[in-house]
Structures are given as structure tokens and as C-alpha cells.
Design a protein around this ligand. Structure first.
Ligand code: UD1
Length: 325
């Protein structure tokens, strides 16, 4: 029989790409999502249950109805400046709700977990690229809400049969190469989405947040990863846990950093649109530079990225956005 897995946040941007790949790989998926930012039509496989992780009674019902072999936990809030403005919402939605989920796993005997963590747990690293043993010193509530979740998972793993893979995502962008799903851009706040929206004249300009960072061109540097490669890492992680792999914390990035100016220049070149750019003050909670050392995930999961190219990421994001006009 095919394994049945619970995917929280499976109607969201990253979760829906993973559900699609899991379906193609033969898994039965049950998505649990409150659809606050995700879209029902993005769930291309299995069952969708509209529910909130804050509702633990409902969660127990779902666990009681299905026999899950594993849980993939995506549901979360993820916008750094929003977390600075509304920290309690981030601790509730990210940290408390992860605790709810762990409780259900514990009571209902589900012992495999894949958790969506973030490069934001590293804060402003002293050195780049960061390895998984680089000290975690998050500089915003978003990163802290995820790091506390990591601690809970690790502590519970030590005290139980739970085995987990914590994936620390770097900057995710791009869309399904088949053009079926992509990000719900009304929620998108990230650089590539904003620059593509400026190129498509859906916003009047692109703002560069901070030009006085200690980086070669003064703008923030990030490691951009294609959502399709990130989704594949989850399928690899699930198979790893099914092979009795031991618990892991793994960076998910390519190990290449691009500045805001470099990204803007590539979006202009690929779209052929020279949209207006204005330089404004730094955003609260933004580190200067974060890039991944991604060797461990390749070794442990045999993860083989296929779309490791900034132009590819921008092109697929732009194509998805254009298709929606
Ligand atoms: C993103 C993720 C976060 C993840 C982190 C990992 C989102 C919404 N957030 O945050 O969950 O933990 O990567 O590194 O996907 N910028 C501009 N103009 C814009 C938008 C952004 O100049 O219109 C700059 C930012 O100041 C920053 C860089 O672009 O220097 C990247 O910002 P953004 O794409 O918002 O992602 P992160 O904040 O890094």
C-alpha cells in the first residue's frame, strides 16, 4: 500500500510543489491548510482539509481518521518585517502550532517528521557560506519562532522514537516548470516577486531596501533556490527517513550569493523591461548576507539540484506571473 502522509500548509507556495511531487512519486497526501495564504486549487493531489493548526481537537480528528506514516510541516508565517511588527502572531502560528502538531504526533504515534525551517535561524552570520553547525543567532522574531520550533523537535526526538529532517530553506523562488502552480503573488513580498511585478507593471517601481550594507555593492546578498529543487529535497528526505535514516538538520540552498542589485539587473535583462528602481532605507530585521554551504544535504540525501541557475529561477517565476495576466 502507498504511504499516506500529512502535509500541513500544502496549499501554500512551497507545500503545493511538494504535494505535486509526492503525488507523482506515488504517495497519498492529505493536506491540512487554513488557506489564509494558500489556494485550494494549488493542491493537485490527494485530499485537502481546510483547518487551522491552532485547532488541536480538529487535528486529533484528522490524525484519528488517517494512518499517517509521516508528517511534512510547512504551515507557517514567513515574512521577516511582518514578524518584527507582529511577533506574538509569529510565535503563535509558528511555534505554538508546531507544538500542537508534535503533541498529535506523540499521542497518535507518528514518528517521522520533515520540518520547514529557515536560513533566518543563522541571523547575521560572521562568515559565509554557513554550515549547519554555524551558531544560530536569529535577529528577528521569524527566525526565533522557527529556531524554538527546531529545539522542540530536537528535544522531543531525543525523548521519543521521532526521527526528523529539519530543512533550513534559503531564499526560495521560481515556479513549477510545468506551469501548473506557482506562488499566490498577492501574498508575495520577496525580492524576485516584487521585481517581476515591477517588470510586469503591476507595481510602479522596485524599492531597494538598504544600499549601505557591508557588501561589495552595498545591497543584501542571498542564496536563491528554485522551488522545484527545494520540493525534490523533501521527497528525498522522506525516502531517507523511510530507509531508517537518523535525524538531520540540513541547509537547502545552492551556495551562491546574489546581491539585490544583481537580481534586479537579471530581472530587467530577462523581462526586457527597464522598470524604475528607487533606493530606500533598510528594512527592519534584514541581515546583510546569508549563503548556504549545501554539501551536507547532497551527501546525506543524495540531493541533486536541477535548476541551479538564477536566470532559470527568474524566468520560471516571470512565466508563471505572465500566464496569470
Ligand atoms: C526570505 C524568506 C524567509 C527566509 C529567508 C531565508 C520570504 C517572504 N521570506 O527572507 O522566509 O527565511 O528568505 O534567507 O520569502 N529586498 C528589496 N526589495 C524588495 C524585497 C526585498 O530590496 O522589494 C531585499 C531585502 O532587503 C533583502 C533581499 O532583497 O536584502 C531579500 O529579501 P526577501 O526576498 O524579502 O527575502 P528575505 O527577507 O531574505
Amino acid at each position: 500500500m502507498n504511504q499516506k502522509v500529512l502535509v500541513t500548509g500544502g496549499a501554500g507556495y512551497i507545500g503545493s510543489h511538494v504535494v505535486r511531487q509526492l503525488g507523482e512519486a506515488g504517495y497519498n497526501t492529505v493536506v491540512y491548510d487554513n488557506c489564509s495564504t494558500g489556494l485550494p486549487q494549488s493542491v493537485l493531489h490527494g485530499e485537502l482539509i481546510i483547518g487551522d493548526l491552532g485547532d488541536i481537537d480538529r487535528l486529533y480528528q484528522v490524525f484519528g481518521k488517517h494512518q499517517f506514516s509521516a508528517v511534512l510541516h510547512f504551515a507557517a508565517s514567513l515574512v521577516v518585517p511582518e514578524s518584527v511588527a507582529y511577533p506574538l502572531d509569529y510565535y503563535a502560528n509558528n511555534t505554538r502550532n508546531t507544538l500542537n502538531l508534535l503533541r498529535c504526533c506523540s499521542v497518535m504515534g507518528v514518528n517521522q517528521l520533515i520540518f520547514s525551517s529557515t536560513a533566518a535561524v543563522y541571523g547575521e552570520p560572521q562568515e559565509n557560506p554557513v554550515t549547519e553547525s554555524t551558531p544560530t543567532l536569529p535577529i528577528n522574531p521569524y527566525g526565533r519562532s522557527k529556531l524554538i520550533s527546531e529545539f522542540m523537535i530536537q528535544d522531543y526526538g531525543l525523548a521519543s522514537c521521532l526521527r526528523y529532517v529539519i530543512l533550513r530553506y534559503f531564499n526560495v523562488a521560481g515556479a513549477d516548470p510545468g506551469g501548473r502552480i506557482g506562488q499566490n503573488s498577492s501574498n508575495a513580498t520577496h525580492l524576485i516577486a516584487n521585481a517581476c511585478n515591477a517588470a510586469l507593471k503591476r507595481q510602479s517601481e522596485l524599492k531597494i531596501f538598504g544600499t549601505d550594507f557591508p557588501t561589495p555593492d552595498g545591497t543584501g546578498i542571498r542564496d536563491y533556490i528554485h522551488v522545484e529543487d527545494l520540493a525534490a529535497a523533501h521527497v528525498d528526505a522522506l525516502r531517507y527517513l523511510e530507509r531508517d535514516g537518523e535525524s538531520q538538520v540540513l541547509n537547502c540552498g545552492y551556495g551562491e550569493g546574489y546581491s539585490v542589485r544583481q537580481v534586479v539587473e537579471r530581472v530587467k535583462a530577462i523581462s526586457g523591461v527597464d522598470f524604475p528602481v528607487i533606493e530606500v532605507a533598510r528594512r527592519p530585521g534584514d541581515p546583510a548576507c546569508v549563503t548556504a554551504d549545501a554539501e551536507k544535504i547532497k551527501q546525506v540525501l543524495n540531493w541533486q539540484p536541477k535548476y541551479n541557475n538564477l536566470d532559470n529561477i527568474i524566468y520560471s517565476f516571470l512565466s508563471w506571473e505572465k500566464g496569470k495576466i
